[in-house]
Design a protein around this ligand. Structure first.
Ligand SMILES: [Fe+2]
Ligand SMILES: [Fe+2]
Length: 143
């Protein structure tokens, strides 16, 4: 059990597209890895912790990228008009994560809690505001 009582995947995120739901759930579970490599997320990091954190963030970024490709292919399948807005947000997320990785590698202090909360909150807001409306459209328009 995490000391921080971190929120994970909850029912309100469910889209009824199993492949996408599984990926969302996995991403929230993977966020706990940040907590695993940096148990005290509020104190300054030593060099080993920075290395471990950069590795975990890279893994999360790769997973997110794979997920965005999956999701966008579902959108293409039904000619979803909202795909452009989705792609824009997906790309911005990846860019923001890369910037945090670069800051950490350059020795800039980036609190792990900030990285973790950014990723968590972005996913939550994005799923509720953009992914779920897409899933309604998908249900009505896929064969
Ligand atoms: Fe998504
Ligand atoms: Fe999305």
């Amino acid at each position: 059990m995490s000391k921080l009582n971190l929120a994970g995947f909850t029912k309100e995120y469910v889209m009824d597209i199993p492949e996408i739901d599984d990926q969302h759930e996995s991403f929230f579970a993977m966020l706990d890895k940040i907590n695993d490599v940096v148990p005290d997320m509020y104190k300054p990091l030593d060099d080993d912790e920075v290395d471990d954190l950069v590795d975990v963030i890279g893994e999360l970024r790769e997973y997110a990228l794979m997920h965005f490709r999956t999701e966008e292919s579902y959108m293409q399948e039904v000619d979803y008009a909202g795909i452009g807005k989705q792609q824009k947000e997906h790309n911005r997320f990846i860019t923001d994560v890369i910037r945090m990785e670069a800051q950490l590698m350059n020795g800039t202090s980036v609190p792990p809690i900030k990285v973790r909360n950014f990723m968590h909150d972005w996913y939550r807001d994005h799923i509720l505001k953009l992914d779920k409306p897409f899933s309604e459209y998908y249900r009505e328009n896929s064969k």
